[in-house]
Design a protein around this ligand. Sequence first.
Ligand code: NAD
Length: 497
Amino acid sequence: MTARLNPAAFRHPLDGRHRPMFIGGKWVDALSSRTFETRNPATGEVIATVPRAGKEDVDLAVAAARKAFDGPWSRFNPHERQKLLLRIADLFERHWEEICVSDTTDMGLPIARARGNANRVLGMLRYYAGMATAIHGQTVDNSLAGDIVSFTRKEPVGVVGAIIPWNAPTAASVWKIGPALATGCTVVLKPSEEAPLTPLLLAELMAEAGVPDGVVNIVTGTGSEAGAPLAEHPGVDKIVFTGSTATGQSIVRASAGNLKRVSLELGGKSPVIVCADADIERAVPVAAMSVFANSGQICIAGSRLFVARSIHDAFVERLAAYANGLRIGNGIDPETEIGPLISSRQLERVEGYLEAGQREGARLVAGGRRLGEGALAAGNFVAPTVFSGVTDAMTIAREEIFGPVISAMPFDTLDEVVTRANDTPYGLAAGVFTRDLATAHQLAKRLRAGSVWVNTYHAIDPAVPFGGYKMSGYGREGGAEHLEEYLSTKGVFIRID
Ligand code: NAD
């Protein structure tokens, strides 16, 4: 179903009711009975209340995950796990519109974009399904003793704690749970308190698909009350985290107690480089949406835009026109291109950067303000913004804004732009626009980032590893490397004389 939804008449299926969390195959409330509200960022309406879990609830979820790991789940062979993942993908596909509506109302993603993510998310699940039967160790000719046969085994790491942000609840859940199911791990997932509803819906569908009790558990709550106890829990073997760099650092510290394994997908301040020979028609919308998609709330936002000096002014003019032409509104309207920011707190943060940009001398060429007129009044809307005349030292060129703000800067030589592009503590992604093959290869090699896109942006493939350099994190999601994150390698030696 891709019917046009009427934002004025739309009601979320939960309509303000309570949605329990999912532990050990049961829908439960927090032991403390505490709850919190989750709101639609486009309208301010309360969509639902959910349990506000604490340490004691995390303990129950980890115990349920351990019991499942040691029990029935350990007897699922790879072929059965593969079939299960394929059933989950089919069920998600049948319920895709429901999943999109959940993301749109709980975190503001325009429904047209949510619908367009189907291939990406379902493709990930089917990719992991394929990988489930491709996990194997190696035989190793013993290098010291001819009478010993040695081989390696790949074994599931155990109970995985997954902590995710609010900006992509469906994709983030699938990127954590998919490889866990493929490898035979069990999961306790803590969604963001800003957008907890879609992971609960996904858990419901996974249970319907036949995921055994305790294999996937969803614990709703805040970072300090539920996230931190999960990160430090002695019963958790690994944490997979997506979120801010500051939280990632506290998770690494929390993991030290039992030396659990950690992988981190963190923040970014990604450069986009437009060379003088670029196809400008193509580059303008892609560079714009590298930031404006999801209202700038994307880890890979190409928020530092370096444009060759000879085309800089013309490029910025077109970019500003593009930004001014975007349709902003409630994401439930399929015509909407730009939805709200997640919360009033995030809106205030972004407004702070808009002020900082102007105070430090950048020139505002599009947007630059909150949008609060008419139907936008109750939501957290900000206009897609372009600054020019930005210098590398300005706050807006250095800090992750997580809002729809582009900082445009001219450059003169490739050596110069490589140095400037790499001059950031982050290293998540980079974009290049050029028609010259040698330039494309040189920049792809020299940019210190986990993903480099040339003449495109945002391209993600489940078979290609994604992740950060430097303070954008470590570990990879996607590809065979991703499954390694969920596996331990054991060496076995058998004496045969
Ligand atoms: P955040 O770090 O505030 O929160 C992320 C999650 O961590 C939430 O579930 C939160 O409740 C939890 N959390 C907070 N404090 C915690 C603690 N002390 N211990 C354990 N868990 C804790 O991030 P956010 O504001 O939700 O998301 C935005 C950030 O996420 C941005 O920096 C963005 O770049 C990053 N992000 C990165 C990627 C990526 O793949 N690299 C993808 C999306 C978002």
